[in-house]
Design a protein around this ligand. Sequence first.
Ligand code: PXG
Ligand code: PLP
Length: 449
Amino acid sequence: MRRERSIIRHMPDMPRPNSLDAYWMPFTPNRAFKADPRMVVRADGMYYYTPDGRPILDGTSGLWCCAAGHNVPRIVEAIRRAAGELDYATSFNLGHPLAFEFANRLGAILPEGLDRIFFTNSGSESADTALKIALAYQQARGKPGKFRLIGRERGYHGTNFGGISVGGIVRNRRTYGPMVAGVDHLPHTLDIASNAFSRGQPAHGGDEFAKALERLVALHDASTIAAVIVEPVAGSAGVIVPPVGYLQRLRELCSKHDILLIFDEVITGFGRLGAPFGAHFFDVKPDMITMAKAITNAAVPMGAVACSREIYDTLLANAQQPIELFHGYTSSGHPLACAAGIAMLDTLQQDGLIERAAAMAPNWEDAIHSLRDAPHVVDIRNLGLIGGVELAPRADGGRCGEVFRKCFDAGVFIRFTGDVLAFSPPLIVEKAQIDLIVDTVRTALTQTA
Ligand code: PXG
Ligand code: PLP
């Protein structure tokens, strides 16, 4: 009875599903959600709209992905046009122009030389693809002994087996057995004791945390290590900003030991830091960049792996069989996704959204750090248009969830993960909207035990 009532309450004037049971929702406590669902039916710009027409300010770009805001007319129109022209074509031994055009356009905004693009359909597929390319590359250059993959504690690289193997989020891993063999992990770089309330990049620990790679090299020997994969800024595990010098040092050590460096830029790509990619922002060039989410403004699912020419050329030159990489997805380079991606790049460029994000970042930093004195707050972290507010844990583990629900009821959508409230507003966010997000969170914190 209770469920029936709540569906009606949340969906008063739309065709109603007669049950919420069939859809097994991802990363959701299904029983609790279905007993008290939150629904949106429409979106535009900075806002979602509930079935009864209530606007919800989106403080988290959907899920770090609608960087240009919602329902961008240029992107919607490009998808419509593409769908009417060529619904689908396989990329296995068949081409269509949008995929080549989009790969070229992406190559033009990536760091120089990282312009050989493999298309996937998600960040998870991008992570697994990059790891497989790393192994294939080492084989192709005659170093098949370099098979180890190094991830990082608290890293998130999606939920497929490769990604959870190099990932470091315990609950995403512990149920799934031995996973991919030959993996080890760097320490994460969160050090609240030394770096609490840092504005932007923390000052302490960059060198030491990166030097942990030397210990892994000493343990395993560089001749067994294929690649290191890290997020330039860790998002999912609660917004962990790299200390000053950390990524530079990691690059130096990977180069010194002939190890590939993969940046997982699923969150940091496409302007989130006020630069096209994290690689630009930190001025560190990896050998591969994985991306997804904002690649199409999330209007069509898509991911990609950008590889250095060295990797691509080596694989093509040394292939032992006609196909140089036995890997791919039915929907790699899907026409609708490519059309959306091209329109997203047009939007970022023509609307100057990356510059806009860079210009707004100081306002964002000031606003989010104003929560320092709010109840329960133990740390605040930020970079570009990313923010994380860490709360002291509550015995039932439910404090962030309660803040999230209170914010939603007050008309602001945020994200939480563990004890961290996470923010990543669309790059079109206005100063007044930043203030509204932060004020709503402050009120919710005050009302939460
Ligand atoms: N790598 C990184 C760095 C990510 O952040 C993925 C890979 C996987 O992408 P797909 O498209 O397969 O989900 C991600 C995804 C959160 C949250 O709450 C973040 C992600 C996904 C779900 C929740 O922060 N990031
Ligand atoms: N499972 C089966 C039975 C398939 O035939 C395919 C693709 O042909 C897949 C899985 C993989 O699907 P996708 O290429 O969309 O990842």
